[in-house]
Design a binder for this molecule. Structure first.
Ligand SMILES: *Cc1c(COP(=O)(O)O)cnc(C)c1O
Length: 364
């Protein structure tokens, strides 16, 4: 069932037991599904995300992660509001594109792709632009693997009294975050990243008091986050439209496995060890990382091409034939490729990968 390991930012390698959980069919309006699965997931997500779960609520939404980012921006930011998007990669940029589609008043602050978002610069911008009401930022920018300083960003945004929206797609469940402690208002992630489920839906964890005020704001029916939440809340786990039942059931299993592993702290420690083994091994061979160590997340790592004539395709297929699927780079300033550290993959897998890379006798 596993022709190769996915060393990618998602969909990623899942356990056999998560895949097996998809082997039964569920009725979308039966309580076995709504109360027994959906409500359990919503409650667990809020508990994972916040030390004060009573202040937060979770909404699940069909589609990939981007659907949830769009649902949030389109259901929370009103026509008269001003959104500041801080971006240092493709996913931050995408939030700006969504804002354009919705014709939101949007301010985009661009940072270098190889640098973390600077909280001080955000503070200065907010000082000069009191009209800004909402700030959105990506936690781990999967484009490069940079981990933005969420605590410091949240501190600045909250000191200015703005609503904070975080795309924590590739970090939630794998990097500890406490929404209540940081004052985060909306946090977005999806099934197929650090929780290690299969793709098909995403979720938004929201400050209840703010989401309650969002009735009628959405400009899309299927992406109306408020209405989706209202139906789930009143219907005890009911979705408005057909939900990806098998995927949702698999996600409940994935959450159970996260708990068994020891929770987010233990998973974070494993990802950090995966990352350490990978980077030490690759540097030992001669590869260089794109980012300095202090900006690097344990989620995904970008490496420079080893030489000017490097044939990424050949490298990719050579590793694939040995059981490892890696990822191309995504930035324009440098030739890079990426290797993901998340999923049901372990330090021993990365030791094996390093051996295979060594055997390729790459010239530097
Ligand atoms: C994966 C990811 C997304 C969502 O991408 P989809 O392809 O829509 O699932 C958004 N933001 C970040 C940071 C991501 O890593």
């Amino acid at each position: 069932m596993r022709p190769y390991l996915l060393l990618t930012p998602g969909p990623l390698t899942t356990s056999e037991t998560v895949k097996e959980a998809m082997m039964s069919d569920w009725c979308t309006w039966d309580e076995d599904y709504n109360v027994g699965i959906v409500e359990v997931i919503r409650k667990q997500l809020v508990e994972l995300a916040s030390s004060r779960p009573e202040e937060y609520t979770a909404v699940l939404m069909q589609g990939s992660g981007t659907f949830c980012v769009e649902a949030t921006l389109g259901s929370v930011v009103r026509p008269e509001d001003h959104l500041l998007v801080a971006t240092n990669g493709a996913y931050g940029k995408r939030m700006g594109v969504i804002a354009e589609y919705y014709r939101l008043n949007c301010h985009v602050m661009r940072f270098e792709e190889t640098q973390a978002v600077d909280p001080k610069a955000i503070g200065e911008y907010l000082d000069g632009h009191p009209e800004v009401t909402h700030v959105s930022v990506v936690h781990c920018e999967t484009t490069t693997g940079v981990l933005n300083p969420l605590e410091e960003i949240a501190e600045v945004v909250k000191a200015h009294g703005k609503v904070l929206i975080v795309d924590a797609m590739s970090s939630f469940g794998g990097v500890p975050v406490d929404m209540a402690a940081l004052g985060i208002d909306f946090l977005i992630s999806s099934a197929n990243k650090c929780i290690q489920g299969v793709p098909g839906f995403g979720f938004v964890i929201a400050r209840r008091s703010l989401l309650e005020q969002c009735k009628g704001v959405a400009r899309s029916l299927s992406l109306d986050l408020y209405d989706q939440w209202d139906t789930m809340e009143k219907g005890h786990g009911k979705w408005r439209f057909t939900s990806p039942t098998h995927v949702v059931r698999a996600f409940m299993q994935a959450l159970k496995e996260l708990q068994t592993e020891g929770g987010v702290a233990a998973r974070h420690a494993r990802y950090c060890e995966n990352h350490r083994v990978l980077v030490e091994g690759m540097r030992g061979i001669g590869f260089k990382t794109l980012l300095p160590d202090n900006e690097q997340s344990p989620v995904i790592t970008s490496f420079y091409y080893p030489n000017a004539g490097f044939d990424f395709k050949a490298f990719y297929y050579a590793l694939k034939s040995k059981g490892f699927v890696i990822y191309p780079g995504k930035i324009s300033q440098a030739d890079t490729f990426r290797i993901g550290n998340i999923g049901d993959v372990f330090p021993t897998d990365f030791l094996r990968l390093i051996e295979e890379v060594k055997n390729l006798n790459i010239k530097f």
